[in-house]
Design a binder for this molecule. Structure first.
Ligand code: ATP
Ligand code: MG
Length: 680
């Protein structure tokens, strides 16, 4: 145990040893808040002889929970850690619901609705009366989610908004929505917290049961708790008042999801014996990175002043690279990672690329693939996991393998071809009986006996069309044939009909063409090596990449990490790239329009403070936005950083870029090219 405590500074140690009163650790990024939690778990088990199953630590993201679990495993043996709960708020809620299903009047084996499922239900409920556009559905969904997070039930919502017709309507949908969820034996994401809280309010003996189960509660990233999560914490700890929560008000980035940073202040009111400990030494980043982060966040008003310092040396300048456009930006980042990996003998996993919006990852993925750099996406949907990509991949799979029944089933009625489940069932039975694939069955003669002529005609039309494309792929330019296939079926129109906004449809359609481009590059590269290879091999390679990506989802391997800023919370990396440092991206346009710059600044602060040794900020001079090339303005946050610590490169000061810098860059490129040639 001494070893665990010896590593901590005095204040951290005090925080670990403070067990009898409730404790709040309030401190800036990288000051060891999460370390206090993990050390304290070990301390409770070893020193205080508390059984691990009475201890529960919660945080916000799966990734953070996983990281916490790993850190605990380094401190405690498996035996000691038995029964310990380290999870996200939502998985804790899920666990409670699972165990209490009966008391909540749910049947076991209930299902969890994700955002898309929930939206579909809301859409159904609203369409009963009239056609309602997607934006309104989105707003209603948002309102329902906020109400649930604020623990406001439908009747109360209706009362609160008596004079606002649109909210009143939403409150009605809310009531029906809850009834339907119940009928489907389903819960949604927000219910995972709401239902336990309601249960504990209504059935005190259930609360007592859990209070006896959980003796000590630890909460990381406390600044991001919303009203319902805070209530749950209060309920669970009310009896013993034994808990430790750690947080940093400068890293509160979930206001849009109902987070209440004022929960930090609320704690001292609710728990008069609360002790507060502040930490000030940062163990993560170099002095320069810290100085930049401190200076940026100083532009926000502060409740609690914090002064972070670091002993890790001042470190390298922060590089700011301005590129001609978004594609050049993505390419530059990939090239930088490649060079640095080689020059600094780094590992891939030392690098992280952070961005504001998920869509920013797609060009980056393509460029990383071009350099054959392994990467992993978290906190968002990987390119290949996107629906539009899966759809088109299914078409491609069918083209190279007509026996791929899964691919056939995915696309047979997408876009709609009036080929419904009953036709498919008959087709499947027939195919099974004959031992052939679904696609092959469509060509067979005996099928007439099973289906009406009209139904048969629809299937035949589809297979003939695919046959035609296959033929063209062999005889003509395959990429042109595939492009025509996408236009021919009017996939674009289908996307527009099914997306919640035209902007989203447009982006999805653009992704499709990025996939086709990537197919083209893959084909070209393969043919450079071996001219006898063709489109089939190129598609096969793409499919393989897709499969591998799915399998390796959870494996911890040496890969560059791509993350949204939101998903990066609590994590750290030796080298961080923060891309898209432009107005409208960071700060995000919606936040500028609604005056929520402070939250965006906190988000940027989270990004900067992920870096341990090297921080690189990139931005584009022009960016394609909804089909148009627009000039970009550098982010205001760049102006708020200490200019003397920034080293600009790229278009902004081309004239001023020193000869030295130019030569260094040239040398880098040459080294990289040589290394790549050596690699292959
Ligand atoms: P964030 O606000 O980003 O969540 P945090 O306050 O939770 O940061 P940690 O992640 O716990 O900070 O710690 C940051 C880094 O400093 C980690 O690599 C951790 O191992 C290290 N660290 C923490 N305390 C000490 C210490 N006393 N001595 C040496 N290293 C430490
Ligand atoms: Mg932390």
């Amino acid at each position: 145990m001494e070893k665990i405590l010896a590593r901590l500074n005095d204040r951290q140690r005090a925080a670990v040893e403070q067990v009898s009163s409730p404790l709040l650790v309030l401190a800036g990024a990288g000051s060891g808040k999460t370390s206090v939690i993990t050390s304290k778990i070990a301390y409770l088990v070893r020193e205080k002889k508390m059984a691990a199953r009475h201890i529960c630590a919660v945080t916000f993201t799966n990734k953070a929970a996983k990281e916490m679990r790993e850190r605990v495993n380094q401190l405690l043996s498996r035996e000691e850690a038995k029964g310990l709960i380290v999870s996200t708020f939502h998985s804790l809620g899920l666990e409670i619901i699972r165990k209490e299903a009966r008391h909540l009047d749910y049947k076991s084996g209930f299902s969890l609705f994700d955002t898309e499922d929930a939206k579909a239900l809301i859409r159904d409920l609203m369409h009963k009366d009239a056609q309602v556009d997607a934006e309104i559905i989105q707003q209603v969904q948002h309102a329902i989610s906020q109400w649930k997070n604020d623990l406001i039930e439908p009747e109360e919502a209706a009362e609160l908004h008596q004079d606002e017709p649109s909210y009143r309507l939403a409150a009605e949908v809310y009531a029906a929505y809850n009834r339907h969820l119940k009928a489907y034996n389903a819960v949604d994401f927000d219910d995972l917290i709401r239902l336990p809280v309601l249960l504990f309010q209504q059935q005190p003996e259930r609360l007592e049961h859990w209070q006896h189960r959980l003796h000590y509660l630890l909460v990381d990233e406390y600044q991001d708790t919303n009203a319902s999560q805070y209530r749950l914490v209060k309920q669970l700890t009310h009896l013993r008042q034994t808990f430790t929560v750690v947080g940093d008000d400068d890293q509160s980035i979930y206001a849009w999801r109902g987070a209440r940073p004022e929960n930090l202040a609320q704690l001292s009111d609710d728990f008069p014996h609360l002790k507060i400990i502040k930490l000030e030494q940062n163990y993560r980043s170099t002095g320069r990175i810290l100085k930049a982060a401190n200076q940026l966040i100083a532009h926000n008003p502060h409740l609690h002043e914090k002064s972070l310092w670091s002993q890790l040396g001042f470190g390298d300048p922060i590089r700011v690279i301005q590129c001609a456009n978004e594609e050049a930006e993505a390419e530059r980042i990939a090239a930088e990672i490649m060079t640095r990996k080689l020059k600094q003998q780094a590992q891939w996993k030392d690098f992280a690329v952070l961005y504001r919006g998920n869509f920013q990852s797609r060009l980056l993925e393509i460029k990383l693939q071009a350099f054959q750099i392994p990467y992993k996406i978290s906190g968002g949907t990987s390119f290949f996991a996107r629906n539009e990509i899966k759809d088109i991949m299914a078409y491609l799979r069918l083209l190279i393998n007509p026996a791929d029944d899964n691919a056939f089933l995915r696309i047979i009625n997408l876009p709609r071809r009036e080929i419904g489940p009953s036709i498919l069932e008959k087709l499947a039975n027939y195919a099974k009986g004959r031992g052939v694939s679904l696609f092959a069955a469509c060509h067979e003669l005996g099928l007439e006996s099973q289906l009406k002529p009209q139904q048969l005609e629809r299937l035949r039309r589809f297979t003939q069309w695919i046959d035609g494309i296959m033929q063209r792929c062999e005889q003509e330019d395959p990429l042109a044939a595939i492009g025509e296939m996408i236009r021919d079926m009017d996939y674009e129109a289908w996307l527009y009909q099914n997306a919640s906004s035209p902007k989203i449809a447009e982006r999805r359609y653009a992704n499709v063409w990025i996939l086709i481009e990537s197919l083209q590059t893959t084909l070209q590269r393969m043919q450079e090596d071996d001219p006898s290879l063709g489109i089939k091999e190129a598609i096969a390679r793409l499919v393989l990449r897709d499969l591998l990506e799915q399998q390796q989802e959870e494996e911890e391997v040496d890969k560059v990490q791509l993350l949204t800023l939101h998903a990066s919370k609590g994590l750290e990396f030796p080298q961080v790239f923060l891309m898209g440092m432009e107005e409208d991206l960071l700060p995000h346009r919606n936040s500028i329009e609604t005056g929520q710059i402070e939250e965006e600044r906190r988000l940027a602060y989270v990004g900067l403070t992920r870096a341990q040794q090297q921080l690189t900020l990139t931005l584009a001079k022009q960016r394609k936005t909804y089909g148009e090339m627009l000039n970009c303005t550098p982010s205001r946050f760049l102006d708020e950083l200490p200019q003397e610590d920034l080293q600009w490169e790229g278009l902004k000061n081309t004239a001023e870029e020193s000869l030295e810098a130019q030569q260094a860059r040239k040398k880098d490129r040459i080294a990289m090219l040589q290394a790549m040639l050596g690699n292959s």
